[in-house]
Design a protein around this ligand. Structure first.
Ligand SMILES: [Zn+2]
Length: 329
């Protein structure tokens, strides 16, 4: 009989629920809008109903349920603290609320941790046979997950890997976290759009139509040779390089991954990123691969993530399969 687990990816816009085998095959999935205006309990009701619907349809043996959520998330409790992408969810215990609705144990972790875990088990970590890695997810914000010897590193209170809020430019723009010049203010899709507006690019993007300005539209302009758009991605590369230099010096891991939508602009930002890491980290200079774009075992590798938008939901589904002891306090 087939075994499977349930992975849930709770986002500010979309709610995804999937039945996944331990080898990462998605058997079935349900995608719903996250009904934020209806409040957290309506969102939890939607989530529980979709989970039940999938469990009822699958004939195999259920291994468990894992949920990825935007943070800040207190772990292993599963309590949300003023999550900027889930307004109204402050103080909500995601884990117990869902367990109460389902009558089954549930494990909860941050979306960035689970994306890193998914990549570790089924993506780049598996492809390159490394059991420790760090992943930066460049999306609306900048998430970060750290996998050490096959396990998610949570830190004391679940806050490990807040590298998106590491200040790197002293006089940079004020970040909602309270600091100035955080990585997130340069390397997120939101900050790329903000920077484009500052440089007056908002009227030339989107093929001259009324299409909304997006990071991918700005990447297209850069690919076509627009100097202001190229400058923005050069700044993205500089910011990532500074942050990675700190991370490489602190952690000395074999693999650092960049995922999320902005990572697709790799050819635009990676030259400056690699130059900045080389300059800023002697640990990287000691151990960099001969070609920075080709993985080399035993070296410090920085590479694009491999699982795309499924990394988080796959990581969530694998959580109850192999991390039972770390999150079942
Ligand atoms: Zn910040």
């Amino acid at each position: 009989m087939k075994t499977f687990s349930i992975g849930v990816d709770l986002g500010g816009t979309n709610l995804r629920i999937a039945a996944v085998t331990p080898s990462g095959e998605i058997l079935e999935h349900i995608n719903l809008p996250t009904r934020l205006p209806a409040g957290p309990h309506a969102v939890l009701d939607d989530m529980a109903a979709a989970i039940r619907q999938i469990i009822d349809k699958q004939t195999g043996n259920l291994l468990g349920i894992g949920v990825g959520s935007p943070g800040p998330l207190e772990l292993p409790l599963g309590v949300l603290h003023h999550p900027p992408n889930l307004p109204g969810f402050d103080g909500l215990n995601l884990r117990t609320e869902l367990e109460h609705r389902l009558g089954r144990p549930v494990q909860v972790d941050s979306d960035a941790n689970l994306a890193a875990y998914g990549e570790s088990c089924l993506g780049a970590g598996q492809a390159h046979a490394v059991d420790s890695l760090l992943m930066l997810t460049l999306g609306t914000g900048v998430g970060c997950g750290i996998i050490l010897e096959g396990r998610i590193w949570h830190g004391m209170q679940g806050a490990a890997g807040e590298s998106g809020h590491g200040p790197i430019i002293p006089d940079g723009p004020r970040c909602p976290c309270g600091a100035r010049g955080c990585l997130e203010m340069y390397a997120s899709a939101t900050s790329i759009v903000r920077r484009a507006r500052e440089l007056g690019l908002d009227h030339s993007a989107g093929s001259g139509s009324a299409a909304p300005l997006t990071a991918s539209a700005i990447a297209q302009l850069a690919t076509a040779g627009d100097e202001r758009a190229l400058r923005i991605f050069d700044e993205v590369g500089f910011a990532l390089g500074l942050s990675l230099a700190h991370l490489v010096n602190a952690l000395d891991l074999p693999l650092y991954l960049l995922g999320g939508g902005v990572a697709a602009a790799w050819p635009l930002f990676s030259p400056r990123m690699f130059a900045t890491v080389r300059e800023g980290s002697y640990v990287y200079r000691l151990s960099m691969p001969r070609d920075p774009n080709v993985f080399e075992p035993g070296k410090t590798n920085i590479a694009p993530a491999q699982l795309g938008g499924d990394a988080g939901i796959l990581g969530a589904a694998l959580l109850p399969v192999s991390q039972r002891t770390t999150t079942s306090a």
